[in-house]
Design a protein around this ligand. Structure first.
Ligand code: SF4
Length: 900
């Protein structure tokens, strides 16, 4: 116990902390300038200095630890005068225009509070740098507090900002030595966020002059679920900044969360319902649009039966809206034909986790990153696709010396930071994972206690795995046997070991089995049910976990339970019978449409056409449908090709509700602005159409919390999660009662399926998609840091300038052999279609392998991806397509479009 006095107030502290922490916890404050709670104390500005009895000089509060018996004064006349002198000095470096233009910056606020005017007479002679599309650099306003340098190093781990020279010559430059636009900056905006002056600012619409309010909400993009505050100016989203107290992002965002909001106000945002006649869209009233939808759905149901209809929920809609979408399908349409985009990404993960462990979701939390001694990243590129988690992983490795194993065909940035990079051939996950298990078993590294207590089918597995030697695997996957041995030993001995996996594991014909093989590793090493362990799928979209968990899945209801398991409960709460027929998933819906049996679809917030593999097959299926309703922010590619009716939806910034992130955390989404024109929240549209179709009494809700309370009735594992309890940090399910704190780690003492989980014996079945003389390359597809999926949102933001077009990554040797030049056009052709795009010669892909992103509508990369699917849940095999590449003249690209 440490006893001390602050401004005459006695204090007892249980743990060692700094004077600044003690002062603040005692209810006093001292101004700070170089301090940021996300960073180790810098202590350069001295503004937080306090008097301590017995000390000849003021002590710097942010980096001086308290000691027993200290008598601290924070507000004596001499210390106030000292601070004023320091601030007056800093005021001379600030220009009046910057002071007025950036009123929220900390130094500007301090000057106002101390009634000091900036003079700018000692400001530096530095040129304005506007080379970066997102960040404005005006080092004439820099006060050398070094916060930008520290936050880039300590939080993002990018090391962009550097200090040159010393004393009065000291200045800060990006790692390019010239402009930020030519540096390695990834546009996370952390330096802008921490900068206390106008030196680093957002290049946003308002530049901070007229933000009238800030609203806390959850990011609209990936499944990390970072929290942000959006600043509203003149009714528009004008800025975003991280929420420091967020349990997930801890005061950090990536470039999408931070700068990807201007799509809300894009000129082509749709504000009224539309009907398409021929190629022409005509405006409709909501009454007319809903009447048309109701009439067509009823006509088709009467003629062909309810299973001729289908609904797709949305990973960008809230939990409440997805709950209503599947309730609508089952209650109003009378079909289990309901699914969402989880089908094409992590349904394999959910299926494997549910089958083996009993819960189809991440076993642990992001906070387990920092508890792990080994991190195994399999088939994921989190620095680009889940950037805040990627940064946390890299920082933990850099700071604590944790081991990082990356299994990926590509040399990603994270792989460069890894202790071991297992650079396997695309499509060979199973041999690699089996060989890792083989080494763990044959080297005697199994956690026998865990296996005895909690694992089944151990003997059978032991026999099976003997044949999967590293040498056998090496021949198939290309990873040296020694590397496989090293990785297995690290994972099994440098515990606790946690794994994160992505679509490089799931989007294969053996995707579900790949996840099962990864779970085998956790089971035999006891890396489950404890801090710093587990199997954790990195979910792609902000609410993809929630959409499926809410029941947008043909075979499960809300809470991810089989329909017959909770049929009675749902029928009683919904006061309606549930359909008995087996529903079709998204891929089967396409097959049914192609076969002429599915006649109508309602597609909510999902651009299906360009994002499903094998575009030409998807297009043919859509053309066979009689009636399609697309509900979205913009006329998407799907709407252009297939929709009869377009319903304008509110964006994530324009409604209330909740999202569920990749660690099962349900967090609040809060309305910050009004939807434009007549656009409506998805849940209001669903309820209005249900009313039109005679089910108004079952869809009568006043608000999102009203819907959520019904969800709690049908999903006992979430019964304790009220809106009130989720206001600050969200809650992780299961959370069964109001005094249940939620669950950070699943399967601590037993699995959802019972006390034991059975190991799986998984034989390797190579994909039917193989290279040939005609198609000698294997193409993998994925996302990049600045864009998101089909680009519906990000391509309408400033992020577009950072990565405007998809390119084809090819290694130098292949490029030279094919006479392909960097930046020059090529034709990429598979057995299913072809596209034209520019080549990017890089060492990130190996010989015979190619990689490209699929964000650019003009390229439409999924024209080349194929028809094969996961052999259990039917997720498409995006990661392996045999292709050929031929160089093209530049003019040929301009003159011709990609061909199906
Ligand atoms: Fe949004 Fe994901 Fe970026 Fe976080 S990491 S800001 S959730 S896109």
């Amino acid at each position: 116990m440490i006893r001390l006095t602050i401004n005459g107030k006695d204090l007892e502290l249980r743990k060692q902390e700094t004077i600044l922490d003690a002062v603040r916890s005692a209810g006093f404050d001292v101004p700070t300038l170089c301090f940021d709670e996300r960073l180790d104390p810098i202590g350069s500005c001295r503004l937080c200095s306090v008097e301590v009895e017995g000390e000849s000089h003021p002590l710097i509060a942010c980096r001086t630890p308290v000691s027993d018996g200290m008598k601290i004064k924070t507000d004596s006349p001499s210390i106030e005068a000292f601070r004023r002198t320091l601030l007056r000095w800093e005021a001379q470096k600030i220009s009046i225009s910057s002071y007025l233009g950036e009123p929220d910056k900390e130094l500007h606020q301090l000057l106002r509070a101390h009634d000091l005017q900036p003079s700018g007479k000692r400001r530096r002679d530095k040129k304005l740098d506007i080379s970066h599309p997102l960040i404005r650099v005006d080092m004439s306003q820099c006060i050398d507090c070094l916060r930008c340098v520290h936050i880039c190093n300590e939080v993002q781990g990018q090391f962009v900002w550097h200090v040159l020279d010393r004393g009065t010559d000291m200045h800060i430059v990006p790692d390019s030595g010239t402009t930020l636009g030519t540096s390695s900056c990834v546009g996370c905006g952390a330096c802008v966020d921490t900068c206390p002056t106008g030196a680093l600012t957002d290049r946003s619409e308002t530049n901070g002059s007229s933000i009238s309010r800030w609203t806390r909400t959850t990011c609209a993009y990936c499944g990390v679920g970072c929290e942000l505050e959006v600043g509203i100016a003149a009714g528009r989203v004008a800025r975003a900044r991280p929420v420091i107290a967020s349990p997930v992002s801890k005061g950090h965002l990536c470039s999408k969360g931070r700068y990807g909001f201007s799509f809300n106000h894009a000129s082509d945002r749709q504000e009224r319902p539309l009907a398409k006649v021929g190629r022409t869209w005509t405006k409709l009233s909501w009454d007319a649009a809903l009447d048309r939808c109701a009439t067509e759905f009823q006509r088709i149901s009467a003629t062909h039966g309810p299973d001729a209809l289908a609904v797709l929920g949305s990973a960008r809609a809230t939990n409440e809206e997805n709950y209503l979408a599947q309730k609508f399908a089952r209650v109003v349409l009378g079909t289990n034909n309901v699914d969402c985009c989880a089908r094409v990404c992590h349904t394999p993960s959910a299926a494997a986790l549910k089958t083996m462990l009993g819960a189809g979701a991440a076993t642990n939390s992001f906070n387990d990153i920092e508890a792990a001694n080994t991190i195994f990243v399999f088939g994921a590129n989190p620095l680009e696709n889940h950037p805040v988690v990627g940064a946390r992983i890299r920082q933990h490795v850099l700071k604590s010396g944790a081991q990082l194993i990356v299994a990926d065909p590509r040399l990603t940035e994270l792989a460069e930071a890894a202790s071991l990079h297992l650079r396997l051939r695309p499509g060979t996950n199973i041999p690699l994972l089996n060989a890792l298990a083989n080494v763990i078993v044959t080297d005697g590294l199994v956690d026998h206690q865990f296996v005895r207590d909690r694992v089944a089918e151990w003997d059978e597995f032991g026999v099976f795995i003997k044949d999967w030697t590293p040498e056998r695997a090496e021949k198939i996957c290309g990873v040296p046997a020694d590397s496989i041995r090293q990785a297995a030993r690290l994972y099994a001995t440098a515990k606790p070991s946690i794994s994160f996996h992505g679509l490089g594991l799931t989007e294969h014909t053996q995707g579900t089995e790949g996840v099962m093989a990864l779970i085998n590793l956790a089971l035999i090493t006891g890396n489950l049910g404890k801090p710093g362990t587990g199997i954790n799928p990195l979910r792609g979209q902000n609410n993809v976990q929630g959409a499926a968990q809410m029941g947008c899945d043909p075979s499960t209801l809300t809470g991810s339970v089989a329909i017959d398991e909770r049929r009675a409960l749902f029928e009683s709460v919904w006061n309606a019978p549930l359909p008995r027929s087996r529903g079709h998933n998204l891929m089967a819906m396409m097959d049914e449409a192609a076969a002429g049996r599915l006649k109508a679809m309602w597609i909510i917030g999902y651009d299906v056409l360009p994002t499903l593999a094998n575009v030409s097959a998807t297009r043919r299926a859509f053309r066979n449908l009689e009636f399609v309703v697309v509900q979205d922010l913009f006329i998407t590619n799907t709407a252009k090709v297939a929709a009869n009716i377009f319903l304008p939806a509110a964006s994530v910034f324009e409604k209330d509700g909740t999202f569920m992130n990749a660690e099962r955390r349900v967090q609040r989404v809060r309305k910050a602005i009004e939807p434009p024109g007549e656009a409506r929240a998805d849940w209001r549209i669903i309820c209005a159409l249900a009313e039109r179709m005679g089910h108004g009494s079952r869809f009568r809700y006043d608000s999102s919390p009203d819907i959520w309370n019904e969800i709690r009735e049908v999903w006992p594992e979430a019964a304790g999660m009220t809106y009130e309890r989720m206001e600050q940090q969200g809650l992780q399910w299961p959370c069964r009662s109001q005094d249940d704190p939620g669950t950070e780690i699943l399967h601590k003492s037993e699995f959802g399926r019972g006390p034991r989980a059975a190991l799986r014996r998984i034989e390797f079945q190579p994909s039917p998609e193989q290279v040939s003389d005609e198609f000698p390359f294997l193409l993998s597809t994925g996302r990049n840091l600045y864009q998101f999926n089909s680009g519906t949102m990000t391509m309408r933001t400033a992020n577009r300038k950072l990565r405007p077009v998809d390119v084809l990554d090819i290694c130098a040797a292949d490029a030279e052999r094919l006479k392909v030049k960097d930046g020059r056009p090529v034709r990429l052709r598979s057995r299913y279609g072809s596209v034209r795009m520019k080549a990017h010669v890089t060492s990130t892909v190996g010989p015979g392998e190619l990689f490209a992103t699929f964000h650019d509508r003009r390229i439409d990369l999924n024209r080349v991806t194929g028809p094969f699917r996961d052999n259990i849940v039917q997720a498409p095999e995006y990661k392996v397509t045999a292709v050929c590449v031929t160089p093209l003249e530049k003019t040929a690209v301009a003159a011709t479009k990609s061909q199906p």
